[in-house]
Design a protein around this ligand. Structure first.
Ligand SMILES: Cc1ncc(COP(=O)(O)O)c(C=O)c1O
Length: 407
């Protein structure tokens, strides 16, 4: 018999690094999710920008089941057909010529940062080891990736942190000019900062970052863990910035919920991760790779990518209409289906109230920091779900404003 568990079980058996709500989702289909009590939610969150093809997409379910009947695991000392097929597709779709598979975004970034250091070590020497990244960025939770990430709250108490890492304000090219030098091995950026508040890079800034990297013989690393795999309306966001990175990382939507990460790069740079320098037991897992292959087979189509742009318009129009009535947002921004709505100053810090009330209203949303409501729905969410979800969002706003006004 299945053991019965409740929200209270979390406090009894789990490390308290999360604080889950007491909603217990048990089933999902497309952009709808149902909890244990049968309550239905419209999903504008997609996990956290993960389920880009919604829940239980039949093609993905079939790919997973077929592989489950064949072979679950292969070590990296064998030739792995699903991994090679996926790597071929990723190289065909991008600037990249070589791929390393990991299990998460953090691990893909860990590989990227190690590769950047190793490449500089091989071609220049150990003194060229500095990494520059941006405040408010997020790159994962390993000690190296939190340190490269630009949010000190995530490294506090875990020191000593890896050295040789500097931070710069995002979209501030003059500051970057002051930090970059011939000791810099890599500049790391998200083309649109996700966790940091849904902040897109300026096109001119991105172009100049590329030029500065070239001038200082530093690699440009794009973390597309959140922005990639169709999220912004192109397969990767770099295509819209007109800037090609040297290394790119992907995860989240790549497996639509099945753990997989990838680091993509050129043949020349990849050669620095020579035999024996890096590895992962599960990286390239056949189950993960057949699912990811099916994911990119669907998301890589013009139909899905142009649908993202159309849905972006629907969301922005809907949010603007809501804002015209309630005046709650000072900015509505984002790319494709990574959308941020920043609360007006009077509501600053209340993002979590909207998050909590939306669940009462049958809607799953996200926040990015205390002041930004973040939406990252399925890329194929039906238009009627967008409409119905925005109605629930409007109800959320009404209730939160009423509650705050009575306090
Ligand atoms: C841009 C970015 N990079 C890296 C990560 C870390 O990915 P993971 O949690 O799969 O390690 C995230 C997760 O939110 C992310 O948004």
């Amino acid at each position: 018999m299945t053991e019965q568990v409740t929200r209270a079980t979390f406090d009894e058996v789990m490390v308290p690094n999360y604080a889950p709500s007491d909603i217990i989702p048990v089933r999902g289909e497309g952009s709808r999710v149902w909890d244990k009590n049968g309550k239905e939610y419209i999903d504008f969150a997609g996990g956290i920008a993960v389920t880009a093809l919604g829940h239980s997409h039949p093609t993905l379910v079939k790919a997973m089941r077929d592989q489950a009947d064949q072979l679950w695991h292969l070590s990296n000392v064998m030739t792995n057909e699903p991994a090679l097929r996926l790597a071929k597709k990723l190289t065909e779709k991008t600037f990249a010529e070589r791929v390393f598979f990991a299990n998460s975004g953090g691990e893909a970034n860990e590989a990227a940062f190690k590769l950047a250091r190793r490449y500089a070590y091989d071609h220049v020497g150990p003194e060229k080891h500095e990494i520059i990244s941006f405040y408010k960025s997020f790159h994962g939770r390993t000690l190296f990736t939190v340190t490269v990430g630009g949010q000190p709250k995530y490294t506090e108490g875990f020191e000593p942190a890896p050295g040789g890492i500097k931070h710069c304000d995002y979209n501030d090219i003059e500051q970057l000019k002051g930090l970059i030098s011939d000791k810099t091995c890599a500049v790391v950026m998200e083309p649109i900062q996700g966790e940091g508040g849904v902040i897109p890079a300026n096109l001119e800034f991105a172009k100049q970052v590329r030029e500065l990297c070239d001038a200082h013989n530093a690699l440009l690393v794009f973390d597309e863990v959140q922005s990639g795999v169709g999220r912004t309306g192109t397969f990767f966001a770099y295509e819209q910035l007109g800037v090609t990175p040297d290394i790119l990382t992907s995860a989240k939507a790549l497996g639509n919920g099945f753990p997989v990460g990838a680091m993509l790069t050129t043949e020349k740079i990849a050669s620095s991760l020579a035999f024996g320098t890096h590895g992962s037991t599960y990286g390239g897992n056949p189950m993960a790779c057949v699912i990811a292959e099916a994911v990119i087979g669907i998301i890589g189509t013009d139909e899905v990518l142009s649908g993202v742009k159309k849905r972006h318009e629907l969301y922005v129009e809907g949010l603007k209409a809501i804002n015209d009535k309630y005046n709650v947002f000072k900015d509505i921004r984002g790319m494709g289906l990574l959308i941020g709505a920043e609360l007006v100053d009077e509501l600053a810090g209340h993002g979590k109230d909207f998050f909590a009330e939306s669940a009462n209203q049958g809607l799953l949303i996200l926040v990015a920091g205390p002041n930004v409501i973040r939406l990252a729905p399925s890329l194929i969410i039906p238009e009627e779900d967008i409409k119905a979800g925005l109605e629930r969002f409007e109800n959320t706003i009404k209730v939160v404003l009423e509650t705050l006004s009575t306090k």
